[in-house]
Design a protein around this ligand. Structure first.
Ligand SMILES: Nc1ncnc2c1ncn2[C@@H]1O[C@H](COP(=O)(O)OP(=O)(O)OP(=O)(O)O)[C@@H](O)[C@H]1O
Length: 239
């Protein structure tokens, strides 16, 4: 089984230690949640694992292949794809065109594009321009586009941000189906604890760049250091 593994990652931005000695492993077919307060280092870890940020220490492995020396597009081709907190779509292209533009890279057939759009829960006319979509539909489209690269591992940076509780719940169902159906390993950075608790098999909690807890969602949520550092201040069914 090929896993995606960040090993003893350290990242320093001048005087800020954004990550210190962080290790995390994702297996195919599982959803791992990465939680922590604003500035804990979650996006920085996604950046490192997807090739967008060189760490000051540590390694990233896909199976036994070291990824750190590869640029982001090569990391994506190797099978590790990410989405961004700020959605980056082609606003003037339609839903179908946005996915097709990416699918062309791997040569996916047209029917696969429609399948992806439906799989993330986008309904209605696929000829709508991305710029006209609601914020939450844009986030779903960003996931469909990432999936078009046929990743083995998908790193999602706050996919439910701006979604209503119902939309977030639907997204959770879609993510579970994707992981089950395609065997993708998913890293979910998310502040919506209802979503995190319902779909993740394991959680890793960061605080100021360090892992303070990892394990089953119930154990991590109950961990006193996690409650003190994070959950005390977060709404979304955290208690
Ligand atoms: N390019 C950068 N230059 C300098 N400092 C940075 C840079 N990127 C991140 N940081 C700092 O590194 C730390 C971790 O930031 P990061 O964005 O990874 O946190 P986060 O957990 O994703 O937060 P949020 O939940 O707000 O997205 C913060 O102190 C942040 O200010």
């Amino acid at each position: 089984m090929i896993t995606l593994r960040a090993h003893n990652i350290g990242v320093r931005f001048g005087g800020v230690l954004a990550l210190h000695d962080v290790s995390l492993e994702i297996r195919p077919g599982e959803i791992v949640g990465l939680i922590g307060a604003n500035g804990a280092g979650k996006s920085t870890l996604i950046n490192v694992m997807s090739g967008f940020q060189r760490p000051t220490a540590g390694d990233v492995f896909l199976g036994d292949r070291a990824l750190l020396k590869l640029p982001p597009h090569s990391v994506a081709r190797a099978g590790v794809v990410r989405t961004f907190q700020g959605v980056r779509l082609f606003g003037e292209l339609t839903i179908a065109e946005n996915v097709a533009a990416v699918a062309a890279v791997v040569g996916s057939p047209a029917f696969a594009i429609e399948e992806l759009v439906v799989a993330v829960g986008l309904t209605g006319d696929f000829d709508r321009k991305a710029a006209t979509l609601s914020y939450s539909d844009q986030r779903k489209l960003a996931i469909a586009r990432a999936l078009a690269l046929e990743p083995a591992f998908l790193l999602l940076d706050e996919p439910a941000a701006g979604m209503s509780p119902q939309e977030a719940e639907q997204l959770g169902v879609a993510l579970e189906e994707l992981v089950e159906g395609r065997g993708i390993g998913l890293l979910l950075v998310e502040h919506n604890m209802d979503l995190v608790m319902s779909v993740c098999q394991r959680l890793v909690a960061l605080d100021v760049g360090r892992v303070i807890a990892s394990g089953t969602p119930a154990a991590v949520r109950a961990d006193p250091s996690v409650r003190a550092a994070y959950l005390g201040g977060v709404p979304h069914g955290a208690a």
